[in-house]
Design a protein around this ligand. Structure first.
Ligand SMILES: Nc1nc2c(c(=O)[nH]1)N[C@@H](CN(C=O)c1ccc(C(=O)N[C@@H](CCC(=O)O)C(=O)O)cc1)CN2
Ligand SMILES: NCC(=O)N[C@@H]1O[C@H](COP(=O)([O-])[O-])[C@@H](O)[C@H]1O
Length: 233
């Protein structure tokens, strides 16, 4: 009887993420935000300070009073409120957002405290071109209230994650993570504030790597390659 030799899995073809942006052709960012916008502010500042070869060309919020909109306007960036309630459902609103982002020539969508789940059609239109910042070390504590989940679970270390967005919630391939200690007596607010400081740094670094063409997706793993030496499609 011949021995069954399991087929060796085909090596995963690496996928180069994004394009190598340059000073003369900065990466065009679209930011979706629902709240106060401190991550947006970190991205705006990094672009102005030329820490990343990118430019925020459009900020959209699903909340009319989002401070993120004020921050964008103060930075001279197009800031728009798009009301989900005038759409018959999620898919319609998602399609509207995608149309508006494409119309603005957005190359990378950055979710920065955007509190709506994006549907599969949106994710497909911007496949591998959507980043999100999450205030935990995924896959621990996905969803909302990650800091409360961490405190209730009693972890000693939490942190933040920048990940590619896929059809799941906080399930996309992880780009960068930063560990943050949970201290005695921490409240949800004190932990959130401590993590937030790391989020700002981590998100800018993730966008910088993306804009430098130094991120390569191999299955679920995101590899950081030296200086723009990306292979693959
Ligand atoms: N397809 C994806 N969409 C989004 C992701 C994602 O990973 N995949 N990340 C979220 C951001 N996020 C956590 O990082 C998150 C935001 C909101 C929720 C949530 O449960 N929202 C509820 C209620 C929203 C509302 O109050 O309007 C919902 O949308 O039903 C979970 C996780 C951004 N989108
Ligand atoms: N699940 C998504 C989520 O919890 N996102 C979190 O919302 C906050 C937005 O702050 P900001 O508006 O000041 O950037 C950030 O802490 C971000 O990680």
């Amino acid at each position: 009887m011949t021995e069954h030799v399991p087929a060796r899995p085909e090596p995963l073809q690496p996928v180069a993420l994004g394009r190598r942006a340059t000073g003369t052709s900065p990466l065009r960012l679209g930011v979706l935000a629902s709240g106060r916008g401190t991550n947006l502010q970190a991205i705006l500042d990094a672009c102005v300070n030329r820490e990343v070869p990118a430019r925020v060309v459009l900020v959209i919020s699903d909340k009319p009073q989002a401070q993120a909109l004020e921050r964008a306007r103060a930075a001279g960036v197009l800031a728009e409120y798009h009301d989900p309630r005038i759409h018959p459902g999620r898919a319609s609103y998602d399609r509207h957002l995608a149309d508006r982002l494409e119309e603005a020539g957005v190359e990378l969508v950055c979710l920065a405290g955007f509190m709506r789940i994006l549907g599969s059609a949106f994710v497909e239109r911007f496949r591998h071109r959507i980043l999100n910042i999450h205030p935990s070390l995924l896959p621990a504590f996905p969803g909302k209230d990650a800091q409360r989940q961490a405190l209730e679970h009693g972890v000693k270390v939490s942190g933040c994650t920048v990940h590619l967005v896929d059809e799941g919630v906080d399930t996309g391939p992880i780009v960068l993570q930063a560990a943050v200690p949970v201290l005695e007596g921490d409240t949800e607010e004190s932990l959130a504030e401590r993590i937030l400081q790391h989020e700002h740094r981590l998100y800018v670094e993730a966008i910088r790597l993306y804009a430098a063409g130094r991120l390569q997706l191999e299955g679920r793993r995101v590899r950081i390659v030296p200086g723009g030496a990306c292979q693959g499609t």
